[in-house]
Structure formats: C-alpha cells, structure tokens
Write a protein that binds this ligand. Structure first.
Ligand code: PMV
Length: 375
C-alpha cells in the first residue's frame, strides 16, 4: 500500500487503517542566501538520515493525537510550532477524502529540527505519506510535493520547493529560478554533517542579509553574485569529479557567508576543526546563525576521521553521508553497518528548549514507540 513514487519500506504493520511514510534530511551544498536573490543553489538529499511517520486511523470523529518532537497530546492543543504539521495532516485527509477521520500520528527523526536539514518539509512529507497510506490512497510524486508545499507555506511563508523536493528525492539537484535539474555525482565523495548545537533562525538570517543588501548594496550584491557562481561551478565539479576544486569552493563560500554575518563562532570552530582533520573544504549549510556545517571528504575513512574530530570539537551529533548514488544504495542497505546513526530525535519527553530532543536510538525506543502507537 505504498503511496509514493519513491520506494517505501514499511518497517512494521501493514494493517488497514495504519499507514507509514518516510522521507529524509537534506543539506544545501552551495548557494544558500544567494538563492533568495535568484542565483543557483545545489541541494543534496541525505537519505541516510530518515524521517519516519506512522498514522493510525481512529475512525470518523475519532481521537486525534500527535506525538512529535517532544509533544505528545491532542492535535488541537499542539503548540504553534506544529502548525505546518497540522496543515500536512489536514491536506492529506482532504486529498484522501476522509476529512472527518481521526488519526494518531507519530513522527520519529534521525536528525534534529531547526538546524537547516529540512526537518519541517521532511516531517510534513512523511506524515502526508503515512495518512494517505492509512487511507489506502496512492499519490504521484508531483501531488505529494504539492501537498507538502501547502504545509511548508504555513511554516515558511513562501517556500521555494527545494526542501520538499530534496527531502523525498533521490539525487542532488541544481535549483535555478524554480527549475530543478538532477546533478550527477561521478566520483566517490562523502559529506560529513555536524550539528553546532545552536538553533539558528533562517528567517532572522534571511532578514539580516536583506537589511545589509538594502543598506549596503555595493558591498553585498557582489558577494551574492559570487556565491551564485560558486554554486553553479560546484554542480560542474560534482559531474566532473573535481573534489579538490569543490572543496576550495566550499571554503570560499564559507568566507563569503561569514562576510554576510550569517555564521556563528561555534560554526566557525567546527569548520576549522574539519579542515584541520583533512576535509577538502567545509562550510555552514542552510540559513546559518548556528545550525549545521558540512565538510567534504574523498573517502569513507577520512570522512570518519573528520566526523570524530567534529564530535571531539563539541558537535553534539555528526553524520557521514555518501554523495555518490551507488554509495548511498550501499549505506541504505540494512545488511551493511555504515556509521550507524547514534541518536534519534523524536517524541519522548517535554518540549526541549533548543528545538530538538534526542533519546538513545535503540531498538527499545522503536518498540516503545510502536507500543504507544498500537496502544
Ligand atoms: O535553513 P534552511 O535549510 O531552511 O535553508 C535556508 C536557505 C536560505 O537560502 C537561507 C533561505 C531560502 O529560502 O532559500
């Protein structure tokens, strides 16, 4: 009863009235901020960092509960931060023609919210898939994207659609003026993603750059243009296998983003730690003012070294992700132990102050969540 154009695996269940949906994280490789001014950006799906959702129908006029990111309770009483998710549930129910049905919804994530990894689009996309699956309704990729963008509008106002596409897509994309093209990666290459532990507000960052642009256009406009050029060239690097030049461009982009004042001292320290441990390049990713960094490594061993250096430098979490599609398939193969995700960010406990909580990612967690889901 899978509902998506992408492959879905249902880890448990499969009973009528119960649905499952899965999406993943994304990272902006290049072009954040300048993309707002019409320049290109390259974004990468991080298929090794999953967002999962379960929906259980409670029947017409039945109970509606949400268990996500530290909240567990009636949907109607969910805090405002869940507005996008509530919209996702609504549009999925409308699409499925079961507006009056109640649902118990659970989400569980391998990655933190509020760190520029596309958590809101991923959560909405997973929940929409889970509700449709529970209703036995199939939807195409374009329909799923349109539904997810409806939810993203509540969260972000005017979403570009980039997060929606990359949190359920298979390949890196070059995004220019709403047009998205697949970028092929013709070399082994690894991204190390590290959380700074600081929740950066994308809106604050975007507004800050806008203020600088309006008051000091002579300084800021060339920076944005250069960032756009770096993004365009980085797509070419991936195609050509030019990892050294891609690394240099990432370093250059980080310098330019720092000049736009969207970095953060902890982010800068992580970028330095990655470089000193052999990264070919490193930069902030997403809106900045905290959030995550990405570092480029040519092989899995150096990626692991960099990851450990980032954890030692204070990153609360760090992950290794293969950029090449063939390696992604290996990493997603359950039989391969590939840098297993050490934490889960999910629904247990009170609302965390830093935007995400995590509990140990053991099978016991999964069983507890599954038991709650069944209960
Ligand atoms: O922080 P994220 O992952 O939502 O990325 C924001 C990217 C920006 O270019 C800063 C804003 C945007 O809307 O493209």
């Amino acid at each position: 009863m899978a509902t998506t154009a992408t492959t879905q695996t249902r880890p448990r269940g499969g009973e009528p009235g119960r649905g499952y949906g899965e999406t993943w994280a994304k990272a902006i490789l290049m072009g954040e901020h300048s993309v707002v001014y019409g320049y290109p950006a390259v974004a990468v799906p991080l298929k090794t960092l999953k967002m999962r959702a379960w929906a259980s129908s409670t029947g017409r006029s039945g109970r509606n509960t949400l268990r996500a990111l530290g909240y567990y309770g009636p949907m109607l009483q969910a805090p405002a931060q869940f507005g996008g998710l509530m919209r996702a549930i609504q549009v999925a129910k409308d699409f499925a023609g079961c507006c009056e049905c109640g649902f118990d919804i659970i989400t569980r994530s391998d990655f933190p919210a509020g760190r520029g990894l596309g958590s809101s689009a991923a959560a909405s996309g997973a929940v929409i898939r889970a509700v449709l699956d529970a209703c036995g309704i199939k939807a195409g990729a374009a329909q799923l994207a349109a539904l997810t963008n409806e939810a993203e509008t509540v969260t972000h106002g005017h979403p570009s659609g980039l997060d929606t596409v990359t949190t359920s897509g298979q390949h890196p994309v070059l995004f220019t003026h709403g047009d998205m093209r697949r970028v092929s990666v013709n070399t082994p290459a690894y991204l190390v993603i590290a959380d700074s532990g600081v929740a950066g507000s994308t809106k604050e960052a975007v507004d800050g750059v806008r203020g600088q642009y309006e008051h000091d256009r002579l300084r800021v406009a060339p920076i944005l243009k250069d960032l756009g050029a770096l993004a365009q060239q980085s797509a070419e690097d991936l195609k050509q296998g030019g990892l050294d030049s891609l690394g240099l461009r990432m370093d250059a982009a980080h310098r330019l983003l720092s000049e736009l004042h969207v970095s953060h001292p902890i982010v800068d320290a992580l970028v330095r730690a990655a470089r000193s441990r052999g990264a070919l390049g490193a930069k902030l990713t997403g809106g900045g003012l905290g959030g995550c960094i990405i570092a480029l490594a040519p092989d899995v061993l150096s990626a692991q070294r960099i990851r450990h250096a980032l954890l030692a430098a204070g990153a609360p979490s760090a992950w290794v992700h293969p950029l090449n599609q063939l390696d992604v398939e290996v990493a997603n193969d359950a039989s391969v132990e590939f840098d297993r995700i050490p934490e889960r960010y999910d629904c247990a406990g009170p609302l965390p102050s830093a935007g995400a909580c995590f509990v140990a990612g053991t099978d016991a967690d999964a069983d507890a969540i599954d038991a709650a889901f069944r209960g």
